[in-house]
Structures are given as structure tokens and as C-alpha cells.
Write a protein that binds this ligand. Sequence first.
Ligand code: PMP
Length: 406
Amino acid sequence: MDSTYCPAGRIGDLGVSEILTITARANAMKREGFPVIILGTGEPDFDTPDHIKDAAIEAIRQGQTKYTNLDGSPEMKRAIRDKFRRENGLEFAANEVTAAAGAKQILYNAMMATLDAGDEVIIPTPCWTSYFDIVRIAEGVPVAVPCPGEDGFRLSAAALEAAITPRTRWLLINSPSNPTGSAYSAQDYLPLIEVLHRHPHVWLMVDDMYEHIVYDDFRFVTPLALDPSLKDRCLTVNGVSKAYAMTGWRLGYAGGPAALIAGMAVVQSQSTSCPSSVTQAAAIAALDGPQDVLIPRRASFQKRRDMVVDALNQIDGIFCRRPEGAFYTFASCEGLLGRVTPEGRRIDSDRDFCAWLLESADVAMVPGSAFGLSPYFRISYATSEAELAEALSRIAAACATLRAAE
Ligand code: PMP
């Protein structure tokens, strides 16, 4: 064996996510003195509420600084079960819930615990970039099902039916969605559930991370609440990162069949053991505590969503649907393709568009191709209104300089 690092087949050609690469490039430009506005990051710009921080400080003072039960302290599991009952009408026993260092680790545990090499996971795209790579690390095969903007970026029953094979292990759905902000109503879910009933070997994983960030009169619903008969093959994933502005604390959780939850604990036991004891104390306070802290934040996000959607739709060549939730817009730049920049460069793709905007307007956005659908670009509007307004006016001014090819 020589001393050159040779990656294991299972990580093969996986790289660092494009979102991180773009953010790193934008930050480097900032350090060089460019006034870059980053609309790339997927975390709320708000601070963690004080009562949550206080609970963590209190836990440290009281010596809650030791290992806890592997997949969540009894109190953590109680808080998770109460949350599912109170907010989703779902009943889980203590051995049917689990806590991990982020919803990302929950998804990772679940894939590692269930996939054999070659097992397929149906993933409606565009989707959060990590889904594909987590499935690949678990030696599964991500099966992308394109969900066009005309369908609200939502999976149709026909497309689901067509994607199912004997090797399908999971359907993985995220609502509201990163990167599109689209969400599934009860009416959207029911036909998909009907398809699942025809294919009992397909399990359902739902990523409800953005449950609390929905707008107007949209009513969030999770599929298991619509059809409790899915209980023996549904994993309902959630976390505190987005709802309570706790991305750095690292706490995600899930409810599902006891045998699966036990399998996931095996994976976790040999990677991280338990999530941080201090973070668990904070997460308990978040789940048990006053939920009205979310109301003004939601209102603020909604205002920014409208600001972004309205401004983008005024730009010739760009179209943006008004998403139901999360803090992202996913706009089409199809109308700009083929146009030429003042420097004489042709915009041939969403990647070209985003790269040009970063260079010429100091605005960092992520191309849709990073999420599996072109030609789109994602804006994260979890940033101040002042920054957003400045970024949107720069985008509009830059687009106005594009001209048709000769
Ligand atoms: N699911 C989705 C759709 C996300 O956007 C994210 C974070 N970007 C996660 C899961 C992971 O969240 P965390 O690990 O912070 O709980």
C-alpha cells in the first residue's frame, strides 16, 4: 500500500457541497474588500431565543455534562413525544423516537441502518444537496425524479409510480422544501399515499425541518397524520435548527417504527454516541417552551419572501413562484439564457448566471443545478431586509445590462 490517500469506494467522487464552495468563494471576496452580499446560506439570521439559552446555561451549572442515553435522555424523548402529539397528532412510544446531532445525522443514521448496496431511494428534485450524498455514502442509489416548476416542484403520483422498482427502499419527501420553498398540502399528499399503498415494500421518510416556517393560510401537515396506517413504514424527521434558530446547537429528532429506531441507534452508537447533553437541555426548552416566539419571525420571513418574489418577477427574463414556506425562493432564469454581458460573455446556464452575478454585482446565490434542476437559482432570504433590498437592486441593475445575442 502506498502513502497516497485513496478514498473508499463509498465516498468515491463525492465532493464538498457546491453551496459551501460558493459561500467560501464569496467570503474570500469579502475579505479582499468586495461588498459581497451572500444569499446562499440556509440558516435563520435570528438569534436563539433567550429562554432556550438560559436552559442550556442552567444545565451546565447543574452538572448535566455527562453522556446521556444513546439516542436521547428520557426527558428529551418525553419532549419529542409531546411535540409530536401536540403539534402533529402523532402518538409515539419512548422506543419509537430518537434524537441525534441534527436532522442530518437522523437521515444518515436511517440510511445507514436500512440500505444495502444498490437499494434505491426515490428523491423528488430539486432537493437539498445532502440527500444524494448521504444515500451514496450508505451505498444506496439515489433516484432523482424531476419535479418541474409548473407542478409547483411537487412530486406527482404518476411520477412516483413510474419511479418505483423492486429495489426501492424509501421515498424521501421534504416539505416545505429546501431549495424551492414548496410545500405539500393534504390534497398533494393523498394521491402519493395511495401509490404507497399499492407498493408496501416502499417506506416513507419525511423531512419536516421547515414545518414552522409556512406562510399565508397554508396549513402544514405531515403524511402520517393523514394516514396512520403508514406507521409501520414511516419515519417522520424534524429538528430544532430552523424553527428556533439553533443551527449550531445540533439537535434533530424523529419518530418511527421501534425496530428502525433501534437500528438507527446502533449506527449512532458507533459514530457520535449521544447528542450533546447541554444541547438536549436547550432543545427540551425549545420544544416545551412558548411557541409564540415563532410568530414574529414567521411574519418577518413572509415579508421578505414577498419582497424577493415581487422584485424578481419585475426583472425581464426571471420568473419566481411564490413559495408556501421555508426561507428560499427558487426562480427560473430561463429567459436570460443566451443573453450577453457587457463584458461580452454569454449566459448559457444558471451556473454562468450565478458566477457572473457574484463577479459583477457582488451577490452570491446558488445555481439550481446544485439542487438537481436547471436553469434556476436559489436565494436564501434569511438575511436583513436592508441587505436583501440592496442585493435585489443589484440583481435588477445587472440584468438590465444584459443584451440579446447578435
Ligand atoms: N433537511 C433540510 C431540508 C435542510 O435544509 C437541513 C439543513 N440545511 C437539514 C435537514 C439539516 O438540519 P440540521 O442537521 O441542522 O438539523
